[in-house]
Design a protein around this ligand. Structure first.
Ligand code: NAI
Length: 284
């Protein structure tokens, strides 16, 4: 199967990055959202990223223009046609994703592959909302998408080998590195990362060290490019809490219990970089 046209759903931080990367690799892209402001913000981010590439002489002005021309913003899913692949990057909510996949199943052609960028929800359950579970797969990009090399490719229970191979091949065409994983809570990335972030939060909660000290230890001592609390602020503390709850639900083990301090910050609206305050304070 030759993928030519890709529909990206959700123009937020992940969807905009995915649309940019697909267009830069020569694919025709439709960028859909339910919210005009999100589309405007997403397109503005893509513009800015591409202009930076032009300044660094990694892209010519003509190349920038043709990448932008390959992206069509869209607010009406029903009007989209001729799509070979959908990559869904809407909010992390099972009800939203199930409804979307049921709708996509009814409006796209029989051959269309339906991928989701979920960071923690079960692919198998999302696939069950469709009549084509063999064509449903997880494509978990990392943030920021244009910079990060990894894409975790997650097989649902029914995902076919053929679909896996098409997506693996496409990921390489996007200049990314695919890594195959199975459908378990948190996959590999968040199953390992989130308990570490949670433990860093417990370390602050129990008064062992300040957030600055925790991050400094992990950066200088473990050679991490960014401390766990800075990373948590970057991901969004609400997202971190959500993923810890998925891990706790899925495995039942106490080691996945979210730290009370994380809950408190989320309740306070301290969501990290996006709200201006999390473990650290950010200028707008
Ligand atoms: P975001 O909040 O920046 O963007 C989500 C977008 O989806 C919003 O623009 C919203 O208007 C739109 N949306 C909501 N419902 C929709 C619908 N029914 N149809 C079309 N658009 C809809 O969220 P973000 O961070 O981009 O996350 C998106 C997905 O990517 C989530 O599943 C998240 O778990 C996953 N993810 C997030 C990462 C991160 O670091 N933020 C990393 C990897 C995956």
């Amino acid at each position: 199967m030759n993928i030519q046209k890709i529909l990206v759903i959700g123009a937020g931080q992940m969807g905009a990055g995915i649309a940019q990367v697909c267009a830069m690799s020569g694919f025709d892209v439709v960028l859909n959202d339910i919210n005009q402001e999100s589309i405007d913000r997403g397109m503005k981010t893509i513009h800015k990223n591409l202009s930076r590439q032009v300044e660094k002489e990694r892209l010519t002005n003509e190349q920038k223009q043709s990448v932008l021309e390959r992206i069509t913003p869209n607010l009406a899913l029903n009007e989209v046609s001729g799509v070979d692949l959908v990559i869904e990057a809407a909010v992390e909510n099972m009800e939203v994703k199930s409804n979307l996949f049921a709708k996509l199943d009814s409006i796209t052609s029989e051959h269309t592959i339906l991928a989701t960028n979920t960071s923690s929800l079960p692919i198998t359950e999302i696939a069950a909302a469709t009549k084509r579970p063999e064509k449903v797969i997880g494509m978990h990009f990392m943030n920021p998408v244009p910079v990060m090399k990894l894409v975790e490719i997650i097989r649902g229970l029914a995902t076919s080998d053929e679909v896996y191979e098409i997506i693996e091949d496409l990921t390489k065409k996007l200049n990314k590195v695919p890594v195959e994983v199975n459908d378990f809570p948190g996959f590999v990335s968040n199953r390992i990362l989130m308990p570490m972030i949670n433990e860093a939060i417990y370390t602050v909660y129990e008064g062992v060290a300040t957030p600055e000290a925790v991050d400094e230890v992990m950066k200088l001592g473990m050679n991490h490019p960014m401390g766990p609390l800075t990373l948590a602020d970057f991901i969004g503390l609400d997202t971190c809490l959500y993923i810890m709850e998925i891990l706790h639900d899925g495995f039942g083990d106490d080691k996945y219990r979210a730290c009370p301090l994380l809950r408190k910050y989320v309740k306070a609206g301290w969501l990290g970089r996006k709200s201006g305050r999390g473990f650290f304070i950010y200028e707008s």
